[in-house]
Design a binder for this molecule. Structure first.
Ligand SMILES: *Cc1c(COP(=O)(O)O)cnc(C)c1O
Length: 523
């Protein structure tokens, strides 16, 4: 069936899921066409006078014809974007159990503060004398990060976790080159369970990646690290708590082994939200670690919001921190934009044009100051408690790959429990959509078959967790009692159902083309 725009209706898309509708809308959930489909060339939401005749000064490069952008009136534009926003599921709509991503509540206070003109409207090229307040906020944030991690120096400019990894690994590379070992130390050790960005980062800057096996219990095999750590090794990249939601108990030994071999310890700090206020990476022997401000200090990164991945460095790596960085002379803050020989600085370079994500700095600092040291510690404890509550309430139905040992901030299930049911991890995740939940992370980490990684975060109340758990139990019982249909065609109720994700990734259609006119004869 075609709707008024001549497109297949959503209901027709979801065949078998109830009645098709004339409009393609599903009750009050409105189907929304592309701007190009609904816009008109002769419409605009603004009313501007025709310009007086003028002589262009573009040397013949001026536009000759219409741009051809679709126009909408203001109410039409408003509806278009609000409808699209209603098709998005976010942390402000419901529980977002995406493991590894840490989708926690972002307090509205953060937004209020980030919009203060002194933070929101500054320009990175403004004279520093006019932005002392903004620099003060950056400096305070940096000092909090050093205090919480027990490290020596901080680079604020990286714009995401992966960018922070690049920053930390470039500092390590610079330190190795400064010792004249650049040609020999080419190997970076990465545990099998690592986030894909770790090996990608190491490879990007020319290191050779060697995988470190895990033990039965999911943690890194220390004996393998000992056997592999030699004069060819530059660093290990280790996540703690690891991506299986488990604390690497041997982290101090691992650090000692690496240091004794003349190598560095990079810690992927994306899971720092589980240990803030409980353990300081600097005390554990870490040399460099990025912190995902957007995971640990609120502002979930769904919906395209920016991230921020400051890197903290140990005394051994501090001289290699990238430009720019802050200095304080007397009562005045300044930005160091060029290496100063007298200060022993040997910055490896610069990662971004300017100073990083100001809005994210302000949000993270607002979160820190409003929670306080005790509040941040409690947030970590509650995140771990909530994950363990989910684990305990589901462990009789879903299978735990590493036994019934407590987890940190996220709980990992595998698909052993689905064996013989005809239901896969993907089917299970899709059925959660029909129940109004964004699925958990699936098929990551790769070391576990059919992984389902659930991270509830500290944001969720007991009531919210109980409903989530009851829903998963109901689904799990359906799956194991033969109701495969609930899963194999799911989601039944979503406006769009199973998409060909492989095709979408391999051959994305990035340009809209007008549809063929529907011929009269075919009517
Ligand atoms: C999220 C994450 C990253 C990457 O962080 P981005 O901000 O998404 O670039 C790296 N490692 C781990 C373990 C993560 O969870």
């Amino acid at each position: 069936m075609l709707n008024r725009q001549g497109r297949p209706t959503a209901a027709a898309d979801a065949s078998g899921s109830g009645r098709a509708t004339f409009t393609g809308n599903r009750a009050l959930l409105q189907s929304e066409a592309l701007l190009f489909e609904i816009g008109r060339l002769d419409t605009t939401g603004v009313d501007i006078d025709e310009p007086e005749p003028f002589t262009p000064r573009l040397g013949g490069l001026e536009r000759k014809g219409d741009i051809g952008l679709p126009g909408l009136s203001e109410p039409e534009a408003m509806r278009h974007y609000v409808r699209l926003s209603q098709q998005n599921y976010g942390i402000d709509t419901g529980l977002f159990p995406l493991g590894s991503c840490t989708m926690k509540h972002n307090p509205r206070l953060n937004e209020r503060v980030a919009r203060l003109p002194g933070f929101a409207d500054v320009h990175p090229l403004q004279p520093v004398s006019t932005v002392q307040g903004a620099l003060e906020a950056m400096d305070q944030l940096g000092r909090w990060l050093l205090e919480l991690t027990g490290m020596e120096a901080v680079a604020l400019s990286p714009k995401a976790g992966a960018h922070g990894e690049l920053c930390g690994m470039m500092a390590i590379k610079a330190a190795i080159e400064a010792k004249g070992e650049g040609a020999t130390r080419k190997v970076v050790l990465v545990p099998e369970s690592a986030h894909g960005t770790n090996p990608a980062t190491a490879a990007l800057i020319g290191f050779e990646v060697k995988a470190v096996p895990a033990r039965e219990d999911g943690t890194v095999d220390v004996e393998s690290v000992r056997a592999m750590a030699g004069p060819d090794v530059a660093a290990i990249m280790l996540t703690n708590p690891n991506t299986l939601g488990l604390f690497e108990r041997d982290i101090v030994d691992i650090a000692r082994i690496l240091h004794a071999a003349g190598a560095y310890f990079y810690c992927d700090g994306a899971n720092f939200n589980a240990i803030v206020g409980k353990a300081r990476p600097g005390d554990l022997g870490v040399d460099a670690m990025h912190i995902n401000l957007h995971k640990t200090f609120s502002t979930p990164h769904g919906g395209g919001g920016p991230g921020s991945g400051p890197v903290v460095l140990s005394p051994r790596l501090a001289p290699f921190a990238p430009l720019p960085f802050l200095t304080r002379e007397g009562g005045t803050l300044g930005l160091v934009e060029m290496a100063r020989d007298h200060a022993g600085e040997r910055p490896f370079g610069r990662l971004t044009a300017f100073h990083g994500q100001m809005g994210m700095f302000v949000r993270a600092l607002a979160y820190m100051l409003s929670h306080g040291a005790d509040g941040m510690k409690q947030a970590s404890e509650d995140a771990v408690l909530n994950a363990n509550y989910v684990r305990a309430c589901l462990s009789d139905l879903l299978s735990l790959p590493f036994g019934d040992r407590p987890c940190m901030h996220e709980v990992l299930f595998d698909d052993t429990w689905l064996k013989g049911t005809g239901v896969t991890t993907l089917d299970f995740a899709k059925a959660m959509i029909d129940e109004g939940y964004h699925p958990m992370t699936v098929y990551f980490p790769l070391v576990v078959h059919g992984a389902m990684l659930v991270e509830p975060t500290e944001s969720e109340s007991r009531a919210s967790l109980d409903l989530f758990i009851a829903t998963l139990r109901d689904l799990a019982l359906s799956a194991t009692s033969g109701d495969t249909e609930r899963f194999t065609g799911a989601p039944y109720l979503a406006p769009r159902r199973r998409l060909d994700e492989t095709r979408a990734a391999r051959s994305p259609v990035l340009r809209w083309t007008p549809p063929e006119p529907v011929s009269e004869a075919a009517e």
